[in-house]
Design a protein around this ligand. Structure first.
Ligand code: NAP
Length: 437
């Protein structure tokens, strides 16, 4: 029986998870695929590092041992980042090898050229693990919903930031303390930048929106804000109004034909489904014109959930190879040449209610001046509270305002004016409120 021969580029958290899964599920995978999956070579970077599940004779530090081996059918890329991972994926595809990758950064930034190359060379480029690790959201968009028209995708797609926000909420601790706890618990990397500044969620949303709307999109189309400025006070105040704060990724097809693509912290009602997604869990809410709403939830990272998605892709790619049907399923719902150019709504045109927090000196007239500037920009106040008293004679008090739906650009202009008022001691904070979550 012909085996599906693979070469693994990367042998870290996910790479070793893949090797473990291939070993522990070898029998069932062979029955399901109709052929064994044979690991021909595993490439890593650092010699002498301890690694599990890999026979020493399979290890190499030269990518050419995978890319240049004509016997290898599928290259699995689990190195991460743009370079050299992108170069290796390109070389594999150029040589007609199919590729399975978990690399959202690469696919969001350079995916269009890579998918076109794969199609040109008759190779498959599969990527289930690149978005929400173990949750099969790519397959759902690509295959299960092929008959529908997706109206909205909304989700919590970054486990690290969700873990941090969940800890801040449950323990009333500040961002820095929660980040340190996440690092200690292994939920945040030493450099957590892309997780907390919204970059990682933006990469995932770009990939999801490309599939959902069949549109040619890039991370630069997404309005992105991170969670670094969220404080314990915001968590507490949000809760008083019946909300929790989540990093939400949202992609909507607007009635005017434009797409609305955003990643930012948002207040969501405590009773909403997304509010109940805690810790390292991810969730994606999909709304189809025919299907209506549906929710996928589970672990969006971790060695084994991510490895499971990679190996499921390997089975798909293996089936295509065995039946000589590579490219049968367009990898992004439609072939690259059929992707649409969709206009993306500029951030300033977005309309939503806002949570605003002002740190003010506790003296007469400050609140009246804030209200007057908001009024001048047609921003209607829905609710307003002021903290009972400051923590010291020179300490500010916090005034929180919930607005009625407001255009983003008007709000930003009003906040710039308010920041100039005397008695305002910190830049005002603004967080969108998402009632549809
Ligand atoms: N970890 C997760 O939960 C998760 C979830 C979803 C998606 N992903 C994605 O999966 C990919 C891998 O993540 P990971 O967590 O497994 O990363 P990781 O633990 O840092 O592993 C990366 C691996 O790549 C190897 N590597 C780095 N540079 C290399 C080079 N120039 N040539 C050959 N090998 C090189 C490293 O070698 P050494 O071992 O020798 O250093 C290491 O084995 C990333 O794209 C990530 O975004 C990860």
């Amino acid at each position: 029986m012909r085996a599906i021969r693979i070469g693994l580029l990367g042998c870290g958290v996910v790479g070793q998870g893949i090797l473990r899964l291939l070993r522990e599920h070898a029998g069932s995978l062979e029955r399901r695929l109709g052929a064994p999956i044979e690991v021909r070579r595993v490439v890593a970077k650092t010699e002498g590092k301890a690694r599990s599940y890999v026979a020493p004779e399979l290890l190499s530090y030269d990518p050419e041992t995978v890319l240049g081996d004509p016997e290898i059918d599928v290259v699995v890329e689990v190195i991460g980042g743009l370079d050299p991972a992108g170069r290796y994926v390109r070389t594999a595809l150029e040589r007609g090898k199919s590729v399975v990758t978990a690399n959202k950064f690469l696919l969001a930034e350079e995916g269009h050229a890579l998918f076109e190359l794969a199609e040109e060379r008759g190779a498959d480029l599969y990527f289930e693990a690149a978005v929400c690790g173990g949750i099969p959201v790519i397959r759902v968009l690509r295959e299960a919903l092929v008959a529908d028209s997706v109206v909205a995708v909304r989700g919590i797609v970054n486990g690290t930031s969700n873990y941090i926000l969940s800890r801040m909420q449950s323990e009333q601790i500040d961002y820095g303390v929660a980040l340190a706890a996440a690092q200690e618990a292994g939920y945040a990397e030493a450099d957590p930048t892309l997780d907390v500044n919204g970059g990682d969620a933006t990469h995932k949303l770009t990939i999801l929106a490309t599939l959902a709307f069949g549109a040619k999109l890039l991370p630069s189309h997404v309005t992105t804000e991170g969670i670094e400025h969220i404080t314990a006070i915001d968590m507490k105040m949000a809760e008083r109004f019946g909300y929790v704060i989540k990093l939400l990724a949202t992609a909507r097809s607007l009635p005017v034909g434009m797409l609305d693509l955003r990643v930012h912290p948002a207040l969501v009602p405590k009773t909403s489904v997304l509010a109940s997604i805690h810790g390292a869990l991810n969730a994606v809410y999909l709304e189809g014109a025919m299907l209506g709403p549906s929710l996928l939830s589970g672990y969006g990272a971790g060695a084994m959930p991510t490895a499971m998605s990679v190996v499921s892709d390997l089975v798909d790619v293996g089936r295509n190879i065995l039946r000589d049907s590579r490219g049968r399923v367009p990898q992004r719902t439609v072939p690259s040449g059929m992707l649409l150019r969709r206009e993306v709504q500029p951030a300033g045109m977005h309309v939503s209610p806002y949570y605003l927090r002002f740190a003010v000196m506790d003296r007469p007239n400050v609140i009246a001046k804030i209200a007057s500037v908001l009024g001048a920009f047609d921003i209607a106040i829905h609710q307003m509270i002021q903290e009972a008293r400051a923590s010291g004679p020179k300490a500010p008090v916090h005034v929180v305002v919930l607005t009625h739906p407001t255009r983003d650009d008007a709000l930003r202009s009003a906040l710039r004016e308010i920041q100039m008022l005397s008695g305002i001691v910190e830049p005002p904070r603004a967080i969108r409120i998402e009632t549809a979550a």
